[in-house]
Each structure stands twice: as structure tokens, then as C-alpha cells.
Design a protein around this ligand. Structure first.
Ligand code: ARG
Length: 475
């Protein structure tokens, strides 16, 4: 059927003119919302079956509709579907194709339904899957962080605050910090998916339907807990999408920080790691260069994912109830954030799994005696000196060492007592890297046993997450 005729059929009797081609191009969403095709078909099958079960449309029409939708599904999968921008969006493309395939029975599918509750349903189904995909990607990266951490419990490096050397830490402790961030990210995706538990279908364009639809039937068929409580909320709201974009943005910020460290650590100045050749690029001009483009791109792509959240917040802000066409602009940010986060999780997992750790380089940096200055102050606290006083005293000890260019660990008992009589021994006896790590044995600290415990806890939490994501593997 020629486009103009297909279009008129769907718009119905109110229209006598075809759409201006500029408007057609401007308003069509089919180029991107075809990503919703499988969800749209699922929603339509559930809706058609409900219309049959309630006797609103005849059973033989339901059979024809379901069979036709099934064929359309195969056509789309095979890449043979004739997507037509004149038909605006995925919903109208499918319906027009169904009409071509099964004839007038197709005209019964849209009974008691609007594209407004239809697109809200498609999006809810999409977001549930996208949240699960994000959790799977996060689980893979968490797994790599845990594995690499297990290899590096004995690898020590300076921990930093303000990018200044602060206190010594184990590399395992450092990377497990990122694992914790990603575990919470996963929690955010699972929380938001759990809130998408109300089916919009049956809300119609805005106020429901005069027809005896069975909303509980479609809700159950599509895996929702119940029909939505308010038809206007159902077609107007996009907060589930906003939550998804926010969770994706937070995850990307975590990846960006991890990426930044990989960039920094692979510099000659730090020299803490070397990225695998497979995860690096060369320079077209400078033959010696090995560039960390992969983490740089991850860091850069966090910008667009943050932007996607800002875009949808801005789109929704100030919209009067209920549906407004502005809401069509929700889709590209959502699809882009889902795809970008998925890609970034995958390459970061690969980059981390394959990078080489310069254990000796980290160890040498961790030998900086100044990393132990806090421990000297705490040695005074153990002798009942108030911490503020101890901090001030050790500050003067440090200034003295810097001025005279001497090692903080080489002060005799007498040297230290010149600063405070409560010092119980020379700094050599009071300070050691091993003790700095081991004596921080509070929960969440750097002691070997605590880090091993943290590894076990993270491993168990990840196994639990994987079991939740793939319940069939559990049996
Ligand atoms: N393509 C539209 C969207 O994504 C579907 C809903 C259209 N509804 C309408 N009343 N024009 O939002």
C-alpha cells in the first residue's frame, strides 16, 4: 500500500491531507524506537489475548492478530521489516503491517488502547531488561575486580587523598573500594526495576476506557504485579526512565574515576600499571607512545551519560499532565545510556583483567616514610597524649625531617623526646610499613585478615547477585 494511503488509514476520518514531508521527517521516531519492537509486540499480544478473553473481540480475530504479530516479529528479527518513517513510530508501523498481513481483523487490535499507554508499557518492559543487563555487566566487572584483588593482597601502594600520598594500603583494598561502588550501583538498578511493577495498559490515552478491559489479565501476562493505580500518572510519568538514567550516570561516574586512575597509573610518572597492548593504542606520529585510549574513552563517555540524565529531566520538567509529544524525546537518551554503560563495563572488565601491575613500583612508592607520620602521632596517643597535641608535635617532627632531609624512621629515642617526652622509643621501633597495614585491623581496614575477609564477603555477595540474575543456574 502506498505510504499516503497507509498513513490516512491510521489517522482516520479527521484528516483529508497527508502530512507535510518536513513534519514527517521532523516527528518520526521509527529510526530509533524500532529498538522497542519486541516489547511492543509482546504488549500487543497480551492486549489482544485479553480482548479475546473478555469477549470484547472475537476469538478468531485474536488468533489472526497473534499469528500476524508473530510473523511480524520474525520479519523484524530477519531484518526484512519495511520500516516507514511516514508511519511515525514503531506502534503504527506494526499496526499498518498487521493490516497488510491479516486484513480488517487488525483493526480490532487497538481497541481500548492508545499509543500513550502502549509506549509507556513498551518502555517499562524495556527498562526492566535494561536494568538486568546493567546488573550483568556490573557483575562481570565486579568479578574481575575481585579476582585481581585476590592476586594483590600483598601488593602495597600509597593510598592518596588530594592526590598526595596519605597512608599505605593494599592494592586489593584499593580495588575492592571500586567493587563496593559497583555493588551499590547494581542495587540501584535492582531497586528501580522492582518499582516498575504496575502495568500501564488499560490507561488508554489518559482516562482509561469505557470497555470492560481486564487490566489484571494484561498486567499478569506481561509480568507486572498489578495494573497501574492512576491512568493519568501512567501515561504522563517517566520517573522510572529517570531513575534508570540516574543509576547509569552514577555507574559511569564510578567507571570514570576508575578509568582516570588507570590513565594516571600508566604514566611514566606513576608507573604503577601497564595496560595490555590489546587495550591500548599507538600514536600515528610518535613511535614510542602507548596510549590509554580505552579508559580515556570511558572517562569521556561518562559525559554523555550524565548529559542523557540532564536531557530527560529537562524534557519532563514543566510538562502539564498528561502525555505530551515531548516525551518521545525520552528514547534516545535511554537507549544511549544503556548501550554506553554496557560497552564501558565490558571494556573496563577487559582492561582490568589484562593489565600488568608493577608490584615493585607500587612497593617503592609505599616505602615513603612520611606515609607513617599518622602512626607516630597515634604512638603518642597510646601514651595518653591528646591527639591534637600529638598531631602538632609530629607535624614539627615531619618539618624537621623535611628541612634536614632525614628519614622519619631514623630518629633515635632521644631525638623524638626532644619533641615530646612521652615518646616511648625511637621512630625505627615505632614505625613500620607492615605494622601500619596490620594495625589498621578495624572492620573495613587494611590488615591482611580484614582484606581477606572483605574479599570473601564480596565474593559471596557477587555469587548471590549472579544467582538472582540467573535463577535457572541455581537449580
Ligand atoms: N512515538 C510516541 C512516543 O514515543 C508514541 C506516543 C504517541 N502518542 C501521541 N499521542 N502522539 O511518545
Amino acid at each position: 500500500m502506498p505510504t499516503e494511503e497507509r498513513q490516512k488509514k491510521l489517522w482516520g476520518g479527521r484528516f483529508s491531507e497527508a502530512m507535510d514531508p518536513t513534519v514527517e521527517r521532523f516527528s518520526a521516531s521509527i529510526a530509533f524506537d524500532q529498538a522497542l519492537a519486541q516489547y511492543d509486540l509482546r504488549g500487543s499480544v497480551a492486549h489482544a489475548r485479553m480482548l479475546g478473553a473478555t469477549g470484547i473481540i472475537p476469538a478468531e480475530d485474536v488468533d489472526a492478530i497473534v499469528a500476524g504479530l508473530d510473523e511480524i516479529g520474525s520479519e523484524i528479527e530477519a531484518g526484512d521489516f519495511p520500516f516507514d518513517p511516514a508511519l511515525e513510530d514503531i506502534h503504527m508501523n506494526v499496526e499498518a503491517r498487521l493490516t497488510e498481513r491479516i486484513g480488517p481483523a487488525a483493526g480490532r487490535l487497538h481497541t481500548g488502547r492508545s499509543r500513550n499507554d502502549q509506549v509507556a508499557t513498551d518502555l517499562a518492559l524495556y527498562l526492566k531488561d535494561a536494568a538486568k543487563a546493567a546488573r550483568l555487566g556490573l557483575a562481570t566487572l565486579r568479578g574481575v575486580l575481585i579476582e585481581r584483588s585476590a592476586e594483590h593482597v600483598e601488593t602495597v601502594l600509597p593510598g592518596y587523598t588530594h592526590l598526595q600520598r596519605a597512608q599505605p594500603v593494599r592494592l586489593a583494598h584499593h580495588w575492592l573500594a571500586f567493587e563496593q561502588m559497583l555493588a551499590r550501583d547494581s542495587g540501584r538498578f535492582s531497586d528501580l526495576a522492582a518499582r516498575i511493577n504496575q502495568a500501564p495498559l488499560g490507561s488508554g490515552a489518559i482516562a482509561g476506557s469505557t470497555l470492560p478491559l481486564d487490566r489484571a489479565h494484561t498486567a499478569a501476562a506481561l509480568g507486572f504485579e498489578r495494573p497501574s493505580a492512576n491512568s493519568m500518572d501512567s501515561v504522563a510519568s517517566r520517573d522510572a526512565a529517570l531513575e534508570f538514567l540516574a543509576a547509569a550516570a552514577i555507574s559511569m561516574i564510578h567507571l570514570s574515576r576508575l578509568a582516570e586512575e588507570l590513565v594516571l597509573w600508566s604514566t611514566a610518572e606513576f608507573g604503577f600499571i601497564e595496560l595490555a597492548d590489546a587495550y591500548s593504542t599507538g600514536s600515528s606520529l610518535m613511535p614510542q607512545k602507548k596510549n590509554p585510549d580505552v579508559p580515556e574513552l570511558v572517562r569521556g563517555k561518562s559525559g554523555r551519560v550524565v548529559g542523557n540524565l540532564m536531557a530527560l529531566l529537562t524534557i519532563v520538567k514543566g510538562l502539564p499532565l498528561t502525555y505530551n509529544r515531548d516525551l518521545q524525546e525520552d528514547k534516545e537518551p535511554i537507549f544511549d545510556s544503556a548501550a554506553t554503560l554496557g560497552d564501558c563495563l565490558e571494556v573496563m572488565a577487559g582492561a582490568l583483567a589484562t593489565l600488568r601491575v608493577n608490584v615493585a613500583g607500587m612497593g617503592a612508592a609505599a616505602q615513603d616514610p612520611m606515609l607513617l607520620a599518622t602512626d607516630l602521632a597515634e604512638a603518642l596517643v597510646r601514651e595518653a597524649v591528646p591527639f591534637r597535641e600529638a598531631h602538632e608535635v609530629v607535624g614539627r617532627v615531619v618539618a624537621h625531617c623535611v628541612e634536614k632531609d632525614i628519614d622519619l624512621r631514623s630518629l633515635s629515642h632521644g631525638d623524638l623526646q626532644a619533641f615530646h617526652p612521652a615518646f616511648s622509643a625511637g621512630s625505627d621501633a615505632l614505625l613500620s610499613l607492615e605494622r601500619a597495614l596490620e594495625e589498621r585491623s578495624l572492620p573495613g581496614g587494611t590488615a591482611r585478615a580484614r582484606v581477606r575477609e572483605a574479599l570473601d564477603v564480596a565474593t559471596a555477595a557477587l555469587a548471590n547477585e549472579r544467582a538472582t540474575l540467573n535463577p535457572e543456574e541455581q537449580r
